[in-house]
Every structure is written in C-alpha cells, then in structure tokens.
Design a protein around this ligand. Structure first.
Ligand SMILES: [Zn+2]
Length: 507
C-alpha cells in the first residue's frame, strides 16, 4: 500500500511540468476581430506565421472570453492583465462618467497630449490593475522593456500597461505613428525617422481584391488604410522598426512587445465573417506574422522567444446573410430601447428626461432626478427592465440591483457580472437574442454579445518549453496572464483571475 502511494507520488512528480525557461522576449499578438473558426476554415490557405504557430504551438480549441461586452478595449485589457472588467475597470471602449456628465474612452486622458499629432493624448490611467509587463518591470527594477503597437490607441496602451516604455498607434491626420506625453516628452528619434519617410503614402492607389485606395497621399487615404490590409502592413513594419531600435530581446531581462493588428476589425465590420475580404485579410495576416517572426528570429533567435497569439473578440454574421441561410437574426435600432424606457418611466412617474446616456445595450439613468423625485432606484430599474423585456428579440435585461446582489451563475450571467464595475457601468444592460444587432444601418455587422461567435477566440502559445499540440479543454482569455507570470517568474498581475495553463509546459 505504502509502496503504491510512493509510486503514485513519483509518477505525479515526473508528470508535473516545470515552467519553461524564461524567454528573452515575449511577443504578444492580438488580431482584432478574429474568430476561432478563421483558423480552421482558412487552414489550407496559411503557409507562413499562422501555419508555423498551428504546427509548432500549443493550440487551444475552446478558448473563450469570459466577460461582457466583447469589445476591443476589454479584450485587450484582459489579455495581459488576466482581469475582467469587474476588476480592471475597463467596462467598454467608452463609458459615461456620471460626475463629469460626459463619456470617456477607455484610454482618454485630458492630462496628456498627443505626440506626433494634434490633440488630447491617451494613457492607461483608467486601467486599475497591472499587466504582465508592469509586473516584469516591478520585479527587475524597470530593466525589462515593454512596448505596445497598434492602429488603435486602446489596443496599444491597454496590453502594454502603466509602466510601458512606449505605446504607439496610428494617426489619421498625419499618416504616422503617434504616442502621448504620458510616456515621454518627445517621440523617440526612431519613431520620427519612421514617420519622416511617410510610410502610409506608398499605399496611394494601391488595390486589393476589388478595392482601390484613394489615389493621392491625403487624410482620406490615411483614414481608408485602416479598413484594408495596408493598415496591418504599417503595423508590422513599425513593429520591426521598434524591435530593432529598442533592441528588444537582446539584454539580460525579458522584454515584452505587444502588437495588435487592427485592420481585420475594420474590414470585418463592413463585410462580415462570410465575405471573401475577411479570408483575404486572414491570409495576409498569416504572411505578416511570418515576416515578423523572421525579423524576431534574426535579432533574438526564435528559440529565445515566447509567442502568444489571440483575438480580442469574434463577430456576428451579417443578419441578411444569416437570414438567407434560414438562420435567425436581424437589426434593432438603439432608439427602440431608449424610447421604450422613457415612455414607461413617463407613464409611471411623470414626464422627465430619464436617460443620461446610452451606448448599445447599456443605459445610464439620471440618478439625481430619481433622488429628487424621492423614488426607489431599484424600482425605477425594474419598471424600465419590464418595458425593455416587452420588446421582441430582447434576450435578457440585467439591472444594477441584480448585478450588485448577484445573478444566477449560468455562463451568460457570469459574463455579464464579470463585465460589471459599479462606478462605471450603466443601470440597465440589455442583451439581444443570438444573431440580433443593435443597428440602425442596413449593412455591416458587429460584436459584443456573450454568444460563441463573439467569445470563441484563437489562443496559441509557441516557444521553447511549450509542448505543441491541440488542447481541447475549455479555458478563458484570463488564463494567459497568470500563465505568462509563471513562465517569467513574476507575480501574477494584480486583478488576474485565471488559472495557470501548466498543461502546455513541456517536461
Ligand atoms: Zn470592432
């Protein structure tokens, strides 16, 4: 008996995998709006970076987002903090600030100025928790270098974190990459040099599938690049430049480079997941990843690099495309919901302007008006929720009171609760039935729901010490950050709520 136990313990010890050795560089990649099924549907089209990751990486087939709404800012903040909005405070791309009577973005910062362009800068000040990069820098006294790159400010800033050496995003006015005074007082010279070569201008008149870019180097061209493969080409070129100029992965302490490819999202919104453009964008991202891996290999050696790739969210099919294949879905203008709430509250409590702000399904009621009328806020919420639930194709409504007191723990309820941060969230959250969009326009599509077309994402780790293969267990995006923390031998980020994916550690 004792011998049996000993043998079991010995076997367990042999099976328990040690964390891979520390990489010199963590290359953390997000493809903005990239459903898991783009890996399988277009598998035979991949010959470069994605092909390499699928062949030699640890590929999770059932990774999902565990929060609501499934939008860019939240996906990007969750990736390297391991925290859902309930702890990170990043409850959306934008939210309404009651005390200030206006909406803010997840990274807007009136205290910062744009560098390389005109206007207000952006910063991670609204992010309440640390990132993997922050923990690395805290552990080694700031010696690790952490850089974030994207077309979108939030997608560059939120994964890289508070202590990042720099975050860079694209500016439609100048056609160059910009940053903010949050990081430094002047752009590094390599960034200025990159911009001085007018990298965006070479795409004037460029074509892809049956699309043609504006012919002249102009603001119109710069704005159009986002919804084309050329936006991603700019990101890749800038990432290569950053790698070299910042000498990432070439000193004693591990560095972090976060790269978010934004153009897939802009294209995907316009045409939906079934359009040929989306396949083309995926094929081109595969090639760009191959180029980036080559540059990284040359400078650092891929054996010294840990690559982790994911997406911030998926996307719903275009409702009209779905209808044509006998699947459910449709569009409801957002006004339908605000009108229903205004009418119900007018009827019950007398005419007033009840709604301060609404964005998709998130409604903010005027709490000072409710207090002034000496009404019970929870009752007002319930009256509004009843009116909303009477609208066809409303799936669920969650009130502030419900979310504060706990909701049934089904997957939808859990995701909504994970997305709730009382000071920043609205009073009512409206969820539509699967495949239904908040939309007044006649074309295009979106994301944001708790359904799998929005939550099921790719997640691949690749590097020395990572055991290649397919992993079919259900896991969450929140699991990435604590896993990286173990590999890097640093503290897990402060709001991290996931588990360590130790099954991918080779022995
Ligand atoms: Zn989007």
């Amino acid at each position: 008996m004792t011998r049996k136990i000993l043998l079991c313990l010995l076997a367990a010890a042999l099976l328990a995998a040690a964390a891979p050795r520390k990489p010199k560089l963590v290359l953390a990649i997000v493809i903005d709006q990239f459903r898991y099924d783009y890996l399988t549907r277009f598998r035979s089209d991949y010959t470069s970076g994605l092909d390499k990751m699928l062949k030699t990486g640890a590929v999770f087939t059932s990774a999902n987002l565990d929060h609501f709404p499934t939008v860019t800012a939240i996906g990007h903040s969750t990736f390297l903090t391991g925290a859902t909005p309930s702890e990170s405070g990043i409850v959306g791309n934008e939210w309404y600030v009651r005390e200030e009577h206006h909406s803010v973005t997840s990274v807007s910062d009136p205290g910062a100025s744009l560098l390389g362009g005109k206007g207000e800068g952006s910063s991670p000040n609204r992010l309440l928790v640390s990132t993997v990069g922050d923990e690395l820098k805290i552990a080694d006294g700031g010696k690790s270098r952490v850089i974030g790159i994207s077309l979108k400010d939030r997608a560059a800033i939120l994964p890289s974190g508070h202590m990042a050496n720099g975050a860079y995003w694209f500016d439609n006015d100048t056609g160059g990459f910009v940053s903010s005074t949050y990081y430094f007082q002047d752009l590094p010279s390599w960034v200025k040099d990159f911009n001085q070569n007018h990298p965006a201008d070479k795409f004037a008149g460029a074509t892809w599938l049956n699309h043609t870019m504006p012919a002249a180097a102009s603001k119109r061209l710069y704005a159009a690049l986002a919804a084309s493969p050329f936006g991603n080409e700019l990101i890749e070129a800038f990432a290569e430049r950053a790698l070299e100029a910042e000498q990432l992965g070439t000193h004693g302490d591990p560095d972090v480079l976060t790269v978010s490819f934004s153009s897939n999202d802009y294209v995907g919104h316009q045409v939906g997941p079934d359009a040929p453009e989306v396949r083309e964008m995926a094929i081109r991202v595969d090639k760009l990843l191959g180029q980036l891996f080559q540059a990284v290999d040359k400078q650092v050696g891929l054996a010294n690099v840990l690559v982790v790739l994911t997406a911030d969210h998926g996307v719903a099919p275009v409702p009209e495309v779905n209808a044509a294949r006998k699947m459910p879905g449709g569009r409801i203008p957002q006004q339908t919901f605000t009108l229903a709430v205004e009418r119900a509250l007018d009827n019950r409590y007398g005419e007033a302007k009840w709604i301060l702000n609404s964005a998709e399904g998130s409604l903010y009621l005027d709490q000072s008006l409710i207090a002034q009328k000496k009404l019970d806020p929870a009752e007002v919420d319930r009256v509004a929720a009843q009116a909303l639930l009477a609208i066809p194709h409303v799936f669920r409504v969650y009130t502030r009171e419900q979310l504060l007191n706990g909701v049934p723990e089904d997957p939808v309820g859990r995701r909504v609760l994970n997305g709730f941060y009382p000071r920043r969230s609205g009073d009512l959250e409206v969820l539509l039935e699967p495949y239904w969009l908040f939309s007044a326009s006649a074309s295009g599509t979106s994301h944001g729901t708790t359904f799998s077309y929005d939550t099921h994402i790719p997640l691949i780790f690749m590097g020395t010490g990572i055991r290649p293969g397919q992993y079919t267990e259900s896991i969450a995006l929140n699991d990435v950050a604590p896993t990286l923390a173990v590999i890097l031998a640093v503290e897990p980020p402060s709001g991290s709520s996931g588990r360590v994916l130790s099954e991918i550690f080779s022995q």
